[in-house]
Structure formats: structure tokens, C-alpha cells
Design a protein around this ligand. Structure first.
Ligand code: NAD
Length: 396
């Protein structure tokens, strides 16, 4: 798998000594980017290797160093350490400023009890351990790729460019009680509990506001305030907070069922939308479908804590899974992983211009015709490595 050895913690450092001596000097606020590399399973390591190549190139171009260390997670964690999230992996993450994550799971581990399955036993505990409460998912479809979307071209003539912000550590996925029990009459009852505190709503709202301010200053809050108590609190909290702190933003509210329809009807009516955990889970998957291939979609999960640079600690991963159906063939699209690395530079390392540079290189590579099979629409396609080569060629 390219530069990474799965099965041990492996330094992948690009040191200053590796840099060409005649490189033009570019002052940089950060000397070394220290992050954990958790590639995971199936296509995870394949696309991760390419994202790391892109990062190494950009580090050379901009004169900073990478201190990236790989560790097992998911199925690889189960196979090598007996659990999906080995203690050594958690420790490495604690010592890093960010996590670049691939994806975990697949048929090899499907027969394990649900609690031991890679996704549940690795990703959820990671989110909890680092209080990764804010999930940012750009819904981006380039104009040149509108054929990848199931939506009619006339609905998205210029592609799609929206952002979903999902609360990730609260709501019904974590609320207690959460149990299944047999009732005295022999029937069986299962309970999940949806809980939100005002402080949790304000915390995710602040991320949404920052994101909306950097874009079109439009924010839509999605809830189900006509039915759910948590949504009533959600809507009141959002309304009060924005009235007090953000008169510059155009704030709207939408019920989640309507939001699901509007996403399919006219996605670009949204610019940034913010919503609670389960609604965000569902809407962000719908967003992934209308944006064409999962191979193009990145995500960032930002933590409540700060890293050693005083910036948000975060986990950055593609929106898709491990794609076992195409793993091992060298044909997976690495763009989602590369774009996730760009998000890491933006949020956890404060390198906005470098992030934009990578995003522009991906756009340029794809729109000028280099395509993996998932976005080729029957035209000739390239493999994972050649796709990354095209991105690297466009970095300059
Ligand atoms: P998937 O996202 O892996 O694949 C769905 C479809 O999208 C497949 O046809 C696949 O080939 C394609 N696809 C996904 N990423 C691609 C890429 N980079 N390039 C080209 N095509 C790509 O979803 P699935 O098949 O339902 O799940 C497979 C495994 O991944 C399961 O074990 C699931 O639990 C796991 N999963 C993990 C994560 C995660 O780690 N965050 C997320 C979702 C699914």
C-alpha cells in the first residue's frame, strides 16, 4: 500500500532534509504538520497512499514538513490487535494534531457481533473520545460532472455547491436509556432517547455560523419542531442566538421532511444547512447521492478540543466506505481522500491557501478530463495512482 505499512505505527516523515535545496523560500506559519494516518480497510489504504503523496508534494512546494504516523483501525485493528480501535491507535491520535482517516469495515468482519463491527467499534468511540461534535460535509459537484448526479441537468446547470453541518455527538444515537426489554405481557420493547442541551445546540451553531459567514452568509436550520421537543429547543436556541449574535446572516428554518424534498428539487437553494445528528446522517447521505460519486466527497469532524496549535482537533475522512467491490484493483477514486486532507490543512492546521491549492488541483484534474471509472461515464478512465498524478501535476 504505497508508503504506509499497516500493522505497526510507522513514521512517514517528510523532513526538511528531504526538501530540494534550491526551492524558493516561502515563509510558512507552521513548520511541521503532525497527524495520525488511519487508513483502515479495503480501498482505505489505496486512496490514503495517494492523499499522502499529494500532501508530500504540496509540503515540498510550500516548504513545510509532514510528521505523519500510520496506525491500524477497523478490520486491520481487529486482525492485528484484537480490536477495532487499539489502545496504541488512540494514544497516537492523542499525540497528534489531527487524524486523517480512510474508511473501515467490509465483508471480512461482517459476522462479528454488532458491537465489535469495525465502524461501530472504531468510529463511534473515536468520535466520543475526541468529542468530535461537528461534522462538515461539502456537497460539491463540478459543473462538468453533472451527468454523475441522478438529478436532471436543468435542476443543477452549474453543478452543486452546498455544505451540510451535522451535530455528531448528541441526539438519539447517544441518548439514554437505549435498550430492548421484554415486557410483562411477553411483548418486546426497544427504546432510543433523543436528548439535546441548549449548550450543544449553540456549539454546533457556532461552527455553522463560521462556515456560513465564509460563504454566502445564508444559513438554514433543519429540525422537526412541529413534533419533537428537542427540535422545539433547537429552533428557539438557533433563533435567539442568531438574533443576538448574527444579524448579518440570512437565517431560515425548515422541517426535515421538507428539507429532504428540497434537496432533491433544488439543492442550491441551500448554501449551508445545520441539523441534529440523525437528520444530518440521512440528509448528508441524500446529498452524497445527488452529488454523484462518493469518490468525490470529503468530510471533516471537528472536536471540542484544540490541538497543540490552538486550532480544532479533527478527524478527516471520505464520505464513502471501504468499497469492497472495487478494492485491490487500483481503480478507486482518491479525490475524496485528497479533499479530506485539504480540509485537514484548512481546519486543524490553519492553511487555508494550501487547502485551496489542493482543491483547485483536484478540480482542474477532473474538469480537464482525467477521471476514475466512477466519474468517467463510459469514457476512458484512469486508475487511482494516475488520478493522483493528475492532481499533483496541477498543484503547481
Ligand atoms: P461504500 O461507500 O463502500 O460503497 C458504495 C458504492 O460506492 C460502491 O459501489 C463503491 O464501489 C462506490 N465507492 C465508494 N467509494 C468509492 C471511491 N473512492 N471510488 C470509487 N467508487 C467508490 O458503501 P458500502 O458498500 O455500503 O459499504 C462497504 C463497507 O464500508 C461496509 O462495511 C460499511 O460498513 C463500510 N463503511 C464505512 C464507512 C466509514 O468508515 N466511515 C462509511 C460507510 C461505509
Amino acid at each position: 500500500m504505497g508508503d504506509i505499512s499497516v500493522g505497526m505505527q510507522t513514521p512517514l516523515a517528510t523532513t526538511r532534509a528531504d526538501l530540494p535545496s534550491l526551492m524558493p523560500f516561502m515563509p510558512h506559519p507552521i513548520q511541521t504538520l503532525k497527524f495520525a494516518v488511519l487508513a483502515g480497510d479495503y480501498i482505505g489504504p489505496e486512496v490514503m497512499a495517494e492523499a499522502l503523496r499529494v500532501l508530500k508534494h504540496v509540503a515540498q512546494l510550500e516548504n513545510f514538513a509532514l510528521d505523519a504516523t500510520a496506525a491500524d483501525v477497523g478490520g486491520a485493528g481487529i486482525d492485528h490487535h484484537g480490536k477495532a480501535l487499539p489502545d496504541s491507535t488512540v494514544k497516537l491520535c492523542e499525540q497528534s494534531d489531527a487524524i486523517l482517516f480512510g474508511s473501515v469495515g467490509g465483508p471480512k468482519w461482517e459476522k462479528l457481533p454488532p458491537k465489535e463491527q469495525p465502524e461501530r467499534a472504531a468510529l463511534l468511540p473515536l468520535r466520543k473520545h475526541f468529542t468530535l461534535f461537528a461534522n462538515l460535509r461539502p456537497g460539491l459537484l463540478y459543473r462538468e460532472l453533472t451527468d454523475a448526479s441522478p438529478l436532471k441537468r436543468e435542476r443543477i446547470p452549474d453543478g452543486i455547491d452546498i455544505v451540510c453541518i451535522r451535530e455528531l455527538t448528541g441526539g438519539v444515537y447517544f441518548g439514554l436509556p437505549k435498550e430492548t426489554k421484554t415486557l410483562p405481557d411477553g411483548d418486546i420493547q426497544a427504546v432510543d432517547t433523543m436528548v439535546y442541551k441548549k449548550s450543544e445546540i449553540e456549539r454546533i451553531l457556532q461552527v455553522a455560523i463560521t462556515t456560513a459567514r465564509a460563504r454566502k452568509k445564508k444559513l438554514c436550520s433543519v429540525d422537526k419542531a412541529n413534533v419533537l421537543e428537542t427540535s422545539v429547543l433547537w429552533r428557539k436556541t438557533v433563533t435567539d442566538y442568531c438574533a443576538k449574535h448574527t444579524p448579518d446572516l440570512a437565517l431560515t428554518h425548515m422541517y426535515v421532511d421538507n428539507a429532504a424534498m428540497q434537496l432533491a428539487r433544488d439543492p442550491n437553494q441551500f448554501d449551508v444547512f445545520v441539523t441534529e445528528n440523525m437528520f444530518g446522517d440521512i440528509l448528508s447521505d441524500e446529498m452524497a447521492v445527488i452529488c454523484g460519486s462518493l469518490g468525490m466527497l470529503s468530510s471533516a469532524s471537528l472536536g471540542a478540543g484544540k490541538n497543540s496549535l490552538g486550532l480544532p482537533f479533527g478527524l478527516y475522512e471520505p464520505a464513502g466506505g471501504t468499497a469492497p467491490d472495487i478494492a485491490g484493483q487500483g481503480i478507486a477514486n482518491p479525490c475524496a481522500q485528497i479533499l479530506s486532507a485539504a480540509l485537514m490543512l484548512r481546519y486543524s492546521f490553519g492553511l487555508e491557501k494550501t487547502a485551496q491549492r489542493i482543491e483547485a488541483a483536484v478540480r482542474q484534474a477532473v474538469t480537464s478530463g482525467t477521471r476514475t471509472g466512477d466519474i468517467a461515464f463510459g469514457k476512458p478512465s484512469v486508475g487511482t495512482r494516475a488520478m493522483a498524478d493528475a492532481v499533483i501535476a496541477n498543484l503547481g
